[in-house]
Ligand binder design. Structure first.
Ligand code: GLA
Length: 411
């Protein structure tokens, strides 16, 4: 079957690699990986009625235990991250943030010690404005003090949200000041921003500047536990790839938000699509799910070594969409060692599996399979496809809303 190309198709050739300076903290040389309580656990504060799903010390201790005991840490998921709603409603007598004393009886310091004892790192959350998105105390007016507090607790990552800031100038100034304040503590703290997301409705973000201050940054809406949400993130990313792909690299990454695999909203094929496409996009891999209740299939997919290796590829180039027709999307990501990751996504939500046939000359601007290449399927299951010549066509069968992820190695 001959694919029907549509206008707006992007060629690899236009994706020049930008020489952009990354935040000078030596961190996030590959996209960070871990677990974050938001989306799965939202702002659960009712521990009396729902002890196993409120945002509490107990929740993070239980996740830390799972991460260490069940292969997550060893697969690369090293950050255990607290999101919104961990705080007491007011600061302490010295103006410092404090954890809600009922839900975090040992405070963050004790939790950080526990997390470190499991060989993991602890992430925390605050907001550039006067309040967090859920209405807890924000860092506005306290950037230096909050950075020092987090460092003194042994925090290793800060997710810095952008709700409730007075103006766009205050938003930008706050993101810059917190970055400098974190650096000044002398502790290695990954800095995760939402700066471009909050800027974009009014302003085109200056990504060169953002990369000098942040290790990764959200561009688009919060992920939900649904296929519509995953689809909208992919669509947004493809639409804006000219401005965002070239900026990503060691030290600074575009963040399409959490992996929601293992929850309720995605089918198996849609879960495969999220895992494959987050690898193509060089996305930070933060899961938001319940590691105490997760299917063996979801666990196996999330811990898939070959996909994680693509996500973590040391060349650090983000992938991009090269073709799109009515049914299929074709994406590629240049990898180290003259290899390419290639994803074929079937967008159809009707019917059964369909075949996409394409020439290997389309890949890597004609160089991915020149003069020949080996092709290995990574997802939905690993399988060697053998050796192909430059002029060969590949025919890939893909389930509706699913993705086939391949690794192509020039010989
Ligand atoms: C915003 C962020 C989310 C989450 C919530 C918490 O919506 O984008 O990722 O942190 O706030 O309130």
């Amino acid at each position: 079957m001959a694919p029907r190309w549509v206008a707006g198709v992007m060629a690899a050739a236009v994706m020049a690699v930008a020489a952009v300076i990354a935040l000078d903290n030596g961190l996030a040389r590959t996209p960070p990986m871990g677990w974050l309580h938001w989306e799965r656990f939202l702002c659960g504060t009712d521990c009396a009625d729902h002890p196993s799903r409120c945002v509490s010390e107990q929740l993070f201790v239980e996740m830390a235990d799972r991460m260490a005991a069940e292969g997550w840490r060893d697969a690369g998921y090293e950050f255990l991250c607290i999101d919104d709603c961990w705080m007491a409603p007011t600061r302490d007598g010295q103006g410092r943030l404090r954890a809600d004393p009922e839900r975090f009886p040992g405070g963050i310091r004790r939790l950080a010690d526990y997390v470190h004892s499991k060989g993991l790192k602890l992430g925390i959350y605050s907001d550039v404005g006067s309040k967090t998105c859920a209405g807890f105390p924000g860092s506005y007016g306290h950037y230096e003090l909050d950075a020092q507090t987090f460092a003194s607790w042994g925090v290793d990552l800060l997710k810095f949200d952008g709700c409730n800031s007075g103006s766009l100038e205050q938003l930008a100034e706050g993101y810059r000041r917190m970055s400098l304040a974190l650096n000044k503590t002398g502790r290695s703290i990954v800095y995760a921003c939402e700066w471009p997301f909050y800027l974009r409705p009014m302003h085109q973000p200056n990504y060169t500047e953002i990369k000098q201050y942040c290790n990764h940054w959200r561009n688009f809406n919060d992920v939900y536990d649904s296929w519509n949400s995953i689809k909208s993130i992919l669509e947004w990313t493809a639409l804006h790839q000219d401005s965002i792909v070239k900026i990503a690299g060691p030290g600074g990454w575009n963040d399409p938000d959490m992996l929601v695999i293992g929850n309720f909203g995605l089918s198996w094929d849609q879960s495969v699509t999220q895992m494959a496409m987050w690898a193509i996009m060089a996305a930070p891999l933060f899961m938001s799910n319940d590691l105490r209740h997760i299917s063996p299939e979801a666990k196996c997919l999330l811990q898939n070594k070959e996909v994680i290796a693509i996500n973590q590829d040391p060349l650090g180039r983000q992938g991009y969409q090269i073709l799109k027709d009515k049914t299929f999307e074709l994406w590629e990501r240049p990898l180290s060692g003259r290899a390419y990751a290639v994803a074929v996504l079937n967008q159809q939500e009707i019917g059964g599996p369909q075949n996409f046939t394409f020439s290997l000359t389309f890949l890597g601007n004609g160089l991915a399979c020149n003069p020949a290449c080996s092709v290995r399927q990574v997802l939905p299951a690993s399988r060697d496809w053998g050796v192909y010549s430059w002029t060969s066509f590949l025919s890939v069968e893909v389930n509706p809303t699913g993705t086939v992820l391949l690794k192509v190695l020039a010989l």
